[in-house]
Write a new protein. Structure first.
Length: 160
């Protein structure tokens, strides 16, 4: 009897020793991000010894248009130059904590400022759009060579 009880207890424990549950697997397919630059950052003419700042809300700030999946978070980051160049000549350029901004529409007056030196995260609008604006500051020294200086800013936008 004792052996039968032990055998039944062993079988009972063995039968209840495992359990299983289903895992639901989901995926969300998002539209690819499209990034275009309808307007570049332009300081126009600068005098020798002058400092000029373009705010992100200014008419000459760069405009970056982002199109993707509606209401999804995106990360925005920049690779920023420290100098513009004309041959071997350089012209310092800098970007402050308020040199960039974003808005759901192409309305610079509604932008939210951010530091382009650090990645920021925001969301695309309900129709999947975002506008990013970039300004900066250039300073020519008293002996700055005359020339046409240029440089490249790389903007990266990714789903976050």
């Amino acid at each position: 009897m004792k052996k039968t009880f032990l055998l039944l207890a062993f079988l009972f424990l063995t039968l209840n020793a495992k359990a299983q549950e289903d895992i639901t697997v989901t995926a969300s397919v998002q539209a690819p991000l499209a990034v275009t630059v309808p307007q570049n950052l332009s300081f126009e003419a600068l005098l020798v010894g002058e400092t000029k700042t373009i705010q992100p809300s200014a008419s000459r700030s760069a405009i970056v248009f982002v199109d993707g999946t509606s209401a999804v978070n995106v990360g925005i980051s920049f690779t920023l130059p420290t100098n513009l160049t004309d041959g071997t000549n350089t012209l310092p350029i800098s970007f402050s904590a308020t040199s960039a901004g974003f808005a759901e529409t192409n309305d610079k007056q509604t932008l939210t400022s951010f530091d382009p030196n650090n990645q920021t995260v925001t969301s695309l609008s309900s129709i999947g759009e975002l506008y990013v604006f970039l300004g900066g500051t250039i300073t020519s020294g008293g002996l700055q060579p005359i020339g046409n200086y240029s440089g490249t800013v790389q903007v990266t936008v990714s789903y976050n």
